[in-house]
Design a binder for this molecule. Structure first.
Ligand code: CA
Length: 227
């Protein structure tokens, strides 16, 4: 059963949540302030964190931000006030969901189930087709087809193409492409991006006489959804 960490300084709420969650069969850990909560979140193998925003020590936004530096565990934020800026700040720092106190326990339990399911599903890569015009990518087999003809792409060419199609209609800078597709292999050397863009254009644009990849002068490259 999932292990849930509650980071909440209001004892009454913390105890109430603990009782309800145990009743549902979850294993529960408690932390009454931010620093201790952060430590437990990172070291105690928890599956989900319920995180209050107003906390002594380290506030919830900061705890969330620091958890995200190291871990993708689902985080559901709690706050006493219906404050939109808190909500935005929480989601910006990487919280998965957000609830305003007072809340119905059934709703929190439902959101916990959703977050845990999402986590489980994220572990299994889904069979997915990315389509743009006549071009289709099968992300499970990491292959690309144009009108059902398979393209012969190298690993990096495929990764560059998939990343650009996932981010279609967005201008991507050479630095962004380098960081996402090459990690640190070519640190700072963005020429490698231009080289691979040229390979892709030879294998797709020129071969099929289409205009898939556009250059945005001074910025980078873009793949647009064909209108
Ligand atoms: Ca609080």
């Amino acid at each position: 059963m999932a292990r849930i960490l509650i980071i909440e300084d209001e004892l009454k709420i913390a105890r109430f949540l603990e009782l309800e969650l145990r009743h549902e069969g979850y294993e529960v850990l408690l932390a009454g302030e931010g620093r201790l909560g952060l430590e437990k979140a990172l070291n105690e193998k928890v599956d989900l964190v319920i995180l209050d925003i107003m906390l002594p020590g380290l506030n919830g936004i900061e705890v969330c931000r620091r958890i995200r530096l190291e871990s993708q565990i689902p985080i559901i934020m709690l706050t006493a006030k219906d404050d939109v800026s808190d909500k935005v700040a929480g989601l910006d720092t990487g919280a998965d969901d957000y609830m305003t106190k007072p809340f119905a326990i059934e709703e929190l339990l439902a959101r916990i189930r959703v977050a845990l399911n999402r986590k489980k599903n994220a572990k299994e890569p889904k069979l997915e087709n990315l389509v743009i015009g006549n071009l289709r990518l099968n992300t499970a087999s990491r292959s690309a087809y144009y009108n059902d003809e398979e393209l012969t792409l190298t690993k990096k060419e495929y990764e560059l193409l998939e990343y650009m199609i996932r981010n279609k209609n967005i201008v991507l800078s050479r630095e962004q492409l380098l960081n996402h597709v090459w990690d640190y292999e070519y640190f700072g050397d963005t020429n490698v991006v231009d080289v691979y863009i040229r390979y892709l254009r030879q294998k797709i644009d020129e071969k099929y006489n289409i205009h898939l990849i556009s250059t945005v002068r001074g910025v980078g490259y873009i793949i647009k959804d064909k209108s």
